[in-house]
Design a protein around this ligand. Structure first.
Ligand code: NCD
Length: 296
């Protein structure tokens, strides 16, 4: 079984992943937690840059007793023009027990999954999905607030290009949350009704900010440097409009002073940014266990 999108997961599987992640998070912080995947091999194949996702999948594999092997794509035969399909056939012939892939093109993980006999996990494809990010976001919310059902979650920023927003917009409503998407009109998808940032944040229990690519600031928004924060970013004033004990999330990497005030990001009373990273390891352990061992 692959883990390619939120829709491909059943409600039961989502519940299993979140519960198991919570156990790993609570019980064994920083230690090898299980030998459940002892002797298994996980391939990490990242065609796009990554700090959190790549390192946490590798850490998760090791904590389950598996070995993680990373292909450094820029030094691989991809640079010699090998197709994605041929790369997949090559990697399949080495018989890994799972393959984690990040790719700039939507649907690339499906293409690879067709060829691989081992389970494939999507670590982010283009502007499509980033399912394990949404799962770690859900697990972080539940850990901090105790529930997801009934919460109002504002997701703000470059919604049009965000796979994090897409996966969260699929997952969180299935768990009972109301998701509000907001961003600069230029960065909203055509099929999503446009809310202002202020409307989305009003009364919200969770405010999730997304990275805006610096090159889009001037090209698509015509923003002078420093203008984005006051127009669309999370400032203290805006956060004051959310519910009194609202929490703040960001998948990283953050542009401090652009989409989020740096002081808010560092405020342990508000910010779940570090929790998200730590929970990311626990969630990816649960995901690897589900797809490789066939259950958690
Ligand atoms: C995100 C991604 O790559 O989709 N980062 C992540 O995985 N935590 C978000 C981003 O790059 O802005």
């Amino acid at each position: 079984v692959d883990l390619l999108s939120i829709d491909s997961l059943s409600d039961g599987e989502i519940a299993e992943i979140l519960d198991r992640a919570n156990e790993y998070f609570a019980g064994n912080r920083g230690r090898r937690s299980s030998e459940r995947l002892h002797g298994k091999i996980v391939f990490n194949v990242f065609y796009e840059n990554s700090t959190r996702t790549a390192m946490s999948f590798a850490t998760a594999a090791h904590r389950l007793g598996a070995s993680a092997i990373a292909l450094s794509v820029e030094r691989s035969s991809v640079a010699k023009g090998e197709t994605l399909e041929d790369t997949a056939r090559t990697l399949n012939a080495m018989r890994p027990d799972a393959l984690v892939i990040r790719h700039r093109e939507n649907g690339a993980p499906e293409v690879v999954a067709e060829i691989m006999e081992a389970p494939v996990l999507n670590a982010g494809d283009g502007t499509n999905e980033h399912p394990t990010q949404a799962l770690l976001d859900a697990a972080s919310i539940r850990h901090r607030i105790g529930r997801i059902d009934g919460l109002k979650v504002a997701i703000c920023g470059d919604i049009r290009h965000s796979r994090v927003a897409r996966s969260n917009a699929k997952l969180l409503p299935r768990l009972g949350a109301e998701v509000r998407l907001a961003g600069p009109p230029e960065l909203m998808p055509d099929d999503v009704p446009s809310l202002s940032i202020d409307e989305a944040i009003a009364d919200a229990d969770v405010v999730m900010m997304l990275r805006v690519q610096r090159e889009r600031l001037e090209a698509e928004l015509g923003d002078a440097p420093g203008e984005y924060l006051s127009r669309y970013g999370l400032t203290r004033d805006r956060l004051a409009m959310a519910s009194a004990d609202a929490v703040v999330m960001h998948p990283g990497p953050m542009n401090r002073g652009v989409e989020i005030d740096g002081g808010i990001a560092d405020d342990p009373g508000r910010s779940l940014v570090t929790l998200q990273v730590e929970m990311g390891v626990a969630v990816r352990m649960a995901c690897l266990e589900l797809v490789v061992a066939g259950g958690v």
